[in-house]
Design a protein. Structure first.
Length: 207
């Protein structure tokens, strides 16, 4: 079995590491701009992903972009795909995932998350702790469903979208690309691209 190497090593990466380890994978180390001064897992520093030698070094591992920022994660996955490198998927053993769902590579599914039948999870997505993705939902590439968020059945979430912690998206709602839904919001209607919404019921925010 190939070992896993992370790209990024901070708070979000700590969750990724725990997920991989509890799933039986060994973490070889991390790629980062510089050596991390906070190294609670005592991992080896493997270099910087922008250095020329990165591709050759990375071929020995499954790579995982352990970055919470949607846009940075997208750029990292593009780098891996462009160089034909192997991309891992991190699924916590205590997540509840239907065998009839689809989960793309580079995605993190955290402890307590529930993904029900015929849901489709895109490339490089974060399904965070105890989030619920109900039947037939679609979550677009590089989006982040935060802890405790609930997507009722047949919800569609676009690319690079953030659904805040403990928010609720009503059944059948379509949420666009590059959207931010604030924590605790209740979304009852479709949401257009490139907007931010907060509150119960959710209203557009101009700040």
């Amino acid at each position: 079995m190939k070992k896993v190497a992370l790209i990024g090593y901070s708070g979000h990466a700590f969750v990724v590491i725990d997920t991989f380890q509890q799933s039986g994978f060994e973490i070889a180390g991390y790629f980062e701009r510089t050596i991390s001064q906070n190294n609670p897992y005592h991992l080896d520093y493997l270099g910087f992903e922008q250095n020329p030698e990165f591709v050759q070094t990375a071929k020995d591992y499954y790579l995982f972009p352990a970055i919470g920022d949607n846009n940075i994660r997208q750029k990292l996955i593009k780098l891996l795909i462009d160089n034909n490198l192997l991309i891992g998927t991190a699924i916590h053993p205590k997540a509840n995932i239907s065998k009839f769902s689809e989960i793309n590579k580079g995605t993190l599914v955290c402890q307590g998350a529930c993904i029900n039948p015929f849901a489709k999870i895109g490339l490089g997505v974060i399904i965070n702790t105890s989030a619920i993705i109900e039947h037939e939902c679609i979550v677009g590439n590089y989006s982040h469903i935060a802890p405790g968020a609930v997507l009722a059945g047949n919800v569609t979430v676009g690319f690079n979208t953030f659904i805040g912690a403990n928010s609720v998206i009503k059944q059948g709602v379509n949420i666009g690309n590059n959207v931010i839904i604030g924590a605790g919001s209740v979304v009852l209607n479709d949401i257009p691209n490139d907007t931010k919404w907060i509150g119960n019921p959710a209203k557009i925010s101009l700040t």
